[in-house]
Write a protein that binds this ligand. Structure first.
Ligand code: SAM
Ligand code: DTB
Ligand code: SF4
Length: 377
């Protein structure tokens, strides 16, 4: 039962979610001194989340390459020659085997991605089986399949899909420089179908495509000012793949990524903000700052869709160093067992790294319980 005081604090918390962010305000956040920005982001983060918990997702490409879209960043577009091996839709059983492996490695959400403009009707029954099978394993499900019609979104919702990922990618102004085969409005329509079907929205973008600071602000404004903010906001750093038009794009400064994460945290206080593609190229120190800025979700496992990601042992070592523990899933069922499995994995990793020359915050009993909601900010 929810207590009156927690209902009151929920109401206060919801009142703090704004959908009227302006460009000036957001640019002012970006221009704050770094320490002030991170301090504000931490205050917001601690109002809604345990700062020492992280959500772990694993990605799988269930249909690879030969995509008809021309997204300039993407190794899977059929418009560019990136040498990628094309693969048709994976068999359901193979997908479930990969999900089981991801679960055993500690992931609580399994994200399945397909290089489609939109899912073909003939493949929808297999997609439904994948969602049902992954849920039966006790994992949360996420799919990213391109544009969806309203009826396709309803079919996915009916199958039990938890999240649908569909990124706005960049600001409305910069978008046309990156993709010409579908519009910003098309993307917003898909997000509306997902929301209307009752599926949680995962939507974010990419840094490092040649966009300006105004465009980064514009992306975050487009996300935060949606009628309901996305539950999950992936921020990708461009993975520069040879053969794509953006192969020589300028490298993203790690501290600029941290700033963007902090601004996203302040603007979307209740959303999970995920450090998605691009962690492979960043130091542990920058990743630690990103967690301080309010990043509370990552992709775990040595591959994203087609490009590399830090392997899970390195990630667990980093999380151990920082005293950050994986979050348990909230699916109905035996959640406690799931939480214990994940935490055991971290403990095992910690023990195997027992000689490592760093301070072990978990062993020192520094992992805290979820804090009470704060009234400040
Ligand atoms: N085809 C579907 C779509 O575009 O919606 C789903 C898969 S697509 C690969 C999912 C997202 O991955 C894209 O929206 C983009 O934000 C991200 N992405 C793709 N290639 C990337 C790259 N090279 N670097 C960073 N992010 C990338
Ligand atoms: C998202 O925002 N990032 C993920 C997920 N959503 C599907 C994809 C990243 C892809 C990076 C390039 C690749 O591995 O092909
Ligand atoms: Fe296709 Fe998605 Fe890649 Fe665009 S991002 S080319 S839609 S797979």
């Amino acid at each position: 039962m929810i207590s009156a005081s927690s209902q009151q604090s929920d109401a206060r918390a919801d009142a703090a979610i704004r959908h009227d962010w302006t460009q000036e305000e957001v640019l002012a956040l970006f221009q704050l001194p770094f320490n002030d920005l991170l301090f504000r982001a931490q205050l917001v983060h601690r109002q809604y989340f345990d700062p020492n918990k992280i959500q772990l997702s694993t990605l799988l490409s269930i249909k690879t390459g030969a995509c008809p879209e021309d997204c300039k960043y993407c190794p899977q577009s059929g418009h560019y020659n990136t040498g990628l091996k094309k693969e048709k839709l994976m068999a359901v059983q193979k997908v479930l085997e990969a999900a089981k492996k991801a679960k055993d490695a500690g992931a609580t959400r399994f994200c399945m991605g397909a290089a489609w403009r939109n899912p073909p009707e003939k493949d929808m029954p297999y997609i439904v089986e994948m969602i049902e099978g992954v849920r039966d394993l006790g994992m949360e499900t996420c799919m990213t399949l391109g544009m969806l019609s309203g009826s396709q979104a309803s079919i996915l919702a009916e199958a039990g899909l938890d999240y649908y990922n569909h990124n706005l990618d960049t600001s409305p102004d910069f978008y046309g420089n990156i993709i010409t085969t579908r519009t910003y409005a098309d993307r917003l329509t898909t997000l509306a179908h997902v929301r209307d079907a009752g599926i949680k929205v995962c939507s974010g973008g990419i840094l490092g495509m040649g966009e300006s600071l105004q465009d980064r602000a514009g992306l975050l404004i487009a996300l935060a000012n949606l009628p309901k903010q996305p539950e999950s906001v992936p921020i990708n750093i461009l993975v520069r793949v040879p053969g794509t038009p953006l192969e020589s794009a300028r490298e993203v400064d790690g501290l600029d990524f941290v700033r963007t994460a902090a601004v996203a945290r302040i603007m979307m206080p209740k959303s999970y903000v995920r450090f998605s593609a691009g962690r492979e190229s960043l130091s542990e120190e920058i990743q630690a700052l990103a967690f301080l800025a309010g990043i509370n979700s990552i992709f775990m496992g040595c591959k994203l869709l087609t490009t590399p990601n830090p392997d899970e042992d390195h990630d667990f070592q980093l999380l151990n160093k920082l005293g950050i523990a994986p979050e348990a899933v909230t699916l109905p069922g035996d959640d406690l067992v799931k939480e214990q499995t994940v935490i055991q994995k971290v403990i095992d990793n910690r023990e195997s790294a027992a000689d490592a020359p760093y301070y072990d915050a978990i062993a020192a009993g520094r992992v805290t319980e979820k804090p009470e909601m704060q009234d400040t900010l």
